[in-house]
Write a protein that binds this ligand. Sequence first.
Ligand code: 3H9
Length: 697
Amino acid sequence: MSDVVTLERQGPIAVIRVNNPPVNALGIAVREGLQNSFKAAEADAEVKAIVLVCEGNTFIAGADIKEFGKPPKSPGLPEVVNDIEAGSKPSIAVIHGTALGGGLEVALSCHYRIARKDAKVGLPEVKLGLLPGAGGTQRLPRVVGVEKALDMIVSGAPISAVEANELGVVDELFDGDLLAAGKAFAEQLIADGKGARRTGERTDKLEGVDNAALVAAKRAEIDKKMPGLFSPQRCVSAVEASFTLPLADGLKRERELFGECLTSPQRAALVHAFFTERLASKVDDLPKDTPVREVKSAGVIGGGTMGVGIAMCFANAGIPVKILEISDEARDKAIERARDTYGMSVKRGSLSEAALEKRMALVSGITDYADLSDVDLVVEAVFEDMGVKQKVFEALDANCKPGAILSSNTSSLDLNEIANFTKRPEDVVGLHFFSPANVMRLLEVVRGAKTSNDVLATAMAIGKKLKKVAVPVGVCDGFVGNRMVFQYGRESEFLLEEGATPAQVDGVLKKFGMAMGPFAMRDLSGLDIGLAIRNRQRETLSPEYKLPTILGKMADAGMLGQKTGKGFYVYEKGSRTPLENPELPAILEAASKEQGIQRQPLSDEYILERCMYALINEGAKILEEGIAQRASDIDVIYINGYGFPSHQGGPMFYADSIGLDRVYARICEFHEQHGAWWKPAPLLEKLAKEGRKFADL
Ligand code: 3H9
């Protein structure tokens, strides 16, 4: 019998334990161990009930995702769970931590389930481009009904043990020791003479409801909210089989649909996104035993939208935070802003009034740098001007205690220069939050030339504590994300000067899966922001690097985006719905004429290539310069900070999936047609010629 699953008889109870760190995933050894242990317990005449518990922090968190895409090994999970359900002795799954995916499917095949009160259960397969493939789509509807099962399976969102108990997914909640609770439940079953209770034999929850209408409604919702995603509609088809087919046929249908998802490119991209998000937190050259400084309190300089959002991240994580502003009025306004933002969450129902008060109790306002003398970490979030930053960092250096981490939220200025304003550049690091900071998951952790290892390690750890996806990056203009998005923004504007419309470009990129098109995005953030960066670059760029001129022309005409009601689109008062801007064509034509460009229709494919390949080429340069550690870190940054669709895996994964030889050839053509910006990255050229991928690096 395997080590990862053990069987022990304790009186009339067989205790089966899974011990497969870190999350008890259902790799082949666990599947074999479970199958053999349940068989042995079934064969032991002394055993009257079977308790399944897991070691470590969690119950089984699902199939072993690393096995996807590799040749399948027998026994498969469907076989294992069917055997468990078929057993004649009552079996009890004792859930703690998370019972996810295959983990919940194992639990659903047990005859009873009990859960620790703080546990969560769910079927998140859809987030990996899959569907529950070991009976989840057939058994969950039999327990909670089709409507709730569709919600859980299509969203992939877990539910709390308390809700699971209310829905009947778990029979009882407990606190404290797992095994003691499991054995007590089993002893009661034995005493009551209760035997096996098979979910697969139930039909009560499937009856008396118009399930076909529920399915039709869910399909329509998916078409609207997640067009282009492969697995959600298949999730629905699988659940549909639960009430249209007998169990055995439903399970067969689920297998077929699971197979289709397993081989889909979206599954590969989403699994890449899952693992690389975790990999990004690992800094290759940081020794494992690097000490981490304690961060029990924080300060934020600047109470604007960004500063307040950052302060809220600390409060959300239970860390007291002081916001420093220049006047009593500005300080009070910052506190009010935090309260208002939390208030919106209360209105939406995602935060309780009590939680708001608890968080606000952690946020205080100050106007004197001396009040920062006791904090462990400071984030500067003031205006992007080196002179202003200099004053802030000199004041921090003079007032903060030794060992305090001094960080800057700069999105483009030279962190090394900022660090040198202090006498302790080793304590300085960049913490580049994305707006709105209390919502966006990405955090670029900028490692300066002198940033010490323990400061970097602490910054990465604090990112995790703030529930961010922290990715280490090096110092350059725009770091990784903004440096790349500049290329993308510029190309999208050139496309307008060449003949496309904002609606066409946005439409192509939305179809690709981007959360927003570049022009809707520009209108949202304000054209003046992009223009200021453009103008700054214009001063330093050599003349061979041309820049589009439409932003300036639009700004001259008072079109600054949503804030002026007019930009690439027009917006009716109080509405964010983009409508065609009738004044734009004349501006575009003037810009084309000025640049000597003959406007012509552009294909959707061409538009996508110009935008995506601009990202990829810059990504390759960033990699070569060591600004990003690995290609997959760039993917993580794009997915979590720029609305890049996770089912495309990120720009570098996307490039690999097209083939670098093809990408390189196209970039060479663009270089010839459009000049200096398109000079192919030497790394891309090298990999393309060697027939390799970014993932091979
Ligand atoms: C499925 O079940 C299909 C079935 O329906 C049908 C089959 C036929 N496999 O996230 P963390 C690793 S699909 C392999 O940092 P946390 C992870 O890479 C699956 N490895 O911890 C990391 O490794 P490392 C459905 C896994 O405490 C380490 O564990 N299930 C798996 O923040 C710690 O992970 C899911 O989709 C796995 N399944 O969160 C659940 N899961 O240390 C996916 C984790 O080397 N997992 N690892 O970087 C999660 O959502 C979170 O990991 C969990 C813990 C909430 C469990």
